[in-house]
Design a protein around this ligand. Structure first.
Ligand code: CUA
Length: 333
């Protein structure tokens, strides 16, 4: 129904109708309030116009009942909006356990996307229908914002940190992708499309193109080329901690606190190794800022995920992706 109104973009993800439901609820509440206030305004203006015969003998000077009535009802309505909005926000912020991951780097003025099997795209994102897709995003320069109206998702893409968003497309088609944060001269040209395909067609597409290293394999190659293994090597003695199984685990820092080794932590430890020293190690590691770009850091992190212990969420997720991709020749280390 609403989706057929040309006023609104198509509802093409599982979250779309949920966002719309809240939106239309807000619209209805605002509409009712506007009609109520404007209506009473007109009624009273006519009734108490100059010279009208309406009685003015008993002006109301205070009413506890009335005060309670117009305090409690708006309070209830705003709490409904608050709880509903918060629940929806959490739902949109937390990707499901099982996702297909895509790496996104925003750059003036283009979107660079990469699938974990290595296939790259510029300003286009191919995804299969019916599968939850998680985007891990960062920027090489200024703040951008990844906006797909048909999926009702919009997430800022920031330099110097990772943000993520997810969606699960429900309809085949080609949908607009916008940058929704003014980022300079060609901001309005920083657009693209999300192409939602049948799963089989998507697998063919994913396996096509020129053969490329998977993201994890590219990370492994970087890891060797940069000499990381010299210190991060179980046989190297105590210069650097072993990185196998690090992703998703909790590390103990020099100060005694523990920290979840997630994407943000790994990124910081590569670019600013002294920021969070692991307990028991000397601050020997140099920064790799300038030596690896954002894509390189993302690849290194995918490599570190791939040498994680079995059983963790990410590992399961990767394994699931690998089995699905191996059927179509997409390779992954
Ligand atoms: Cu990127 Cu606007």
């Amino acid at each position: 129904m609403w989706a057929d109104l040309p006023l609104f973009p198509p509802q093409a993800s599982t979250s779309a109708w949920q966002v719309d439901a809240l939106y239309f609820f807000l619209l209805a509440v605002s509409g009712l309030m506007s009609v109520l206030i404007a209506g009473l305004l007109v009624v009273f203006a006519i009734r108490y116009r100059r010279g009208s015969a309406a009685s003015r003998a008993h002006p109301v000077t205070g009413s506890l009942k009335l005060e309670l009535f117009w305090t409690i009802i708006p309070f209830g309505v705003s709490m409904v909006v608050f709880v509903w909005g918060a629940a929806l926000f959490f739902h949109l912020s937390r990707p499901p356990d099982e996702t297909m991951d895509v790496l996104v780097v925003g750059k003036r003025w283009m979107w660079k996307l990469q699938h974990l099997n290595g296939r790259r795209e510029i300003n286009e994102l191919h995804v299969p229908v019916g599968r939850a897709v998680k985007l891990t995003m960062t920027s090489e320069d200024v703040i951008h914002s990844f906006y797909v109206p048909a999926f009702r998702i919009k997430a800022d893409v920031l330099p110097g940190r990772y943000t993520s968003t997810w969606f699960s497309p429900t309809r085949r088609g080609v949908y607009h992708l916008f940058c929704a944060e003014y980022c300079g001269t060609k901001h309005s040209r920083m657009i693209g499309s999300v192409i939602v395909m049948e799963p089989d067609a998507f697998q063919d597409w994913l396996g096509g193109g020129t053969a490329q290293l998977s993201a994890a394999a590219a990370g492994e190659r970087l890891f060797l080329n940069l000499g990381c293994a010299t210190c991060h090597n179980p046989e190297s003695g105590s210069r650097g901690p072993s990185l196998a199984g690090l992703f998703g685990s909790r590390v103990e820092l020099a100060g005694g606190e523990t920290m979840l080794a997630d994407e943000a932590y790994l990124r910081e430890s590569i670019l600013d190794p002294k920021a969070k020293m692991v307990s028991g190690y000397e601050p020997l590691m140099p920064t790799f800022r300038g030596l690896v770009g954002e894509e390189g850091v993302l690849h290194l992190i995918e490599y570190l995920k791939s040498i994680g212990p079995s059983g963790s969420g990410q590992e399961r997720e990767q394994a699931a992706g690998a089995t699905k991709q191996s059927t179509s020749g997409g390779e992954r280390s």
